[in-house]
Design a protein around this ligand. Sequence first.
Ligand SMILES: Cc1cc2nc3c(=O)[nH]c(=O)nc-3n(C[C@H](O)[C@H](O)[C@H](O)COP(=O)(O)OP(=O)(O)OC[C@H]3O[C@@H](n4cnc5c(N)ncnc54)[C@H](O)[C@@H]3O)c2cc1C
Length: 353
Amino acid sequence: MSLDLLGLDELHSAEEREIRSTVRRFLDDQVRPHVAGWYEDGRAPVRELAGEFGKLGLLGMHLTGYGCAGASAVAYGLACLELEAAPRMATGEAIGCFGLTEPDHGSDPASMSTRARRVGDDWVIDGTKMWITNAPVASVAVIWARGDDGVLGFLVPTDAPGFAAGEVRHKLSLRASSTGEIVLDGVRLPEAARLPEACGLRAPLSCLTEARHGIVWGALGAARDCLTVTLDYARSREQFGRPIAGFQLTQAKLADMAVEWHKGYLLALHLGRRADAGTLTPEQVSVGKLNNVREALAIARTCRTILGANGISGEYPVLRHANNLESVLTYEGTSEIHQLVIGQKLTGLTAFS
Ligand SMILES: Cc1cc2nc3c(=O)[nH]c(=O)nc-3n(C[C@H](O)[C@H](O)[C@H](O)COP(=O)(O)OP(=O)(O)OC[C@H]3O[C@@H](n4cnc5c(N)ncnc54)[C@H](O)[C@@H]3O)c2cc1C
């Protein structure tokens, strides 16, 4: 049974549909059969998968130059949707990592403690970054540090002397993804390691706008997987002598979830088309991130109730998606921060501090 009640497919070009099918086929073959095990073990073959994703042209596919594919933002979004429907990992950041958050500075990166000092012609960086996706497996890290004139970005090889990355343990969310703490102890870098265009927080925040656009789509992938599994389950599970899908209360849940999913999809597509037209603003991405992650999490939790006790089992992907979406709700700007961004746009008043 198709989840597409509104003819959403007709809104896509043949090329977009082809990219989506290729990604979905690859994930169904190579990832989906293993992902529950990776989640349970708390580790996944991130480097190997990054290689496979690279061969498929998925890494940086919406970028041009540096060997990237230059696909449209909507095609990138569709790939993110498919990726999140299978693994919550590695949507484009698999080989590098992005170090902005610190142990004491999360939502407020402007007050970061990591420092970049000039020593002769070089830079020396000291500080600690926390919760950095793929830090333990990356070969290069983008590190944001405060210089005398504002926040600067650096490309840091992870084998540089003074650089150490340890795995964050005991995660109950995103268990099939690697998350790390980075310690920078007098890491010395040449001027060439500094990102030339990046001065001030605008630079890391614009990277986040890109990533958040991927999340707007990715959240729909997690929700679609939950809905598909739950529809199947509800039609085959019988109680009181008939399928639970036949109960009005179950149908009300299914209908409400499907409506939210379709609204989220139309929102993602609208933002994707704006990204392709070069007119997407950070506030618009905040609308998408806030809505789609929040609704995807609500869908995952409601699906969990329809599966009853089976909903808490790793045999089904539903609680895994819900647990993963708890992280997605927090990273790339928490829901509260996106509410403040939207509130500021609506009122002209800043309520951050
Ligand atoms: C699995 C995972 C992967 C991550 N990957 C990366 C990564 O690759 N790179 C990276 O740099 N970071 C990463 N992060 C970090 C993430 O971006 C931060 O966790 C996030 O920005 C929130 O920061 P915090 O956890 O310090 O929470 P805090 O900033 O301490 O916030 C705690 C609570 O207070 C609320 N709050 C804070 N300020 C305000 C305010 N002004 N008004 C109202 N409420 C407020 C928040 O919304 C939240 O509910 C990752 C996090 C996780 C969980």
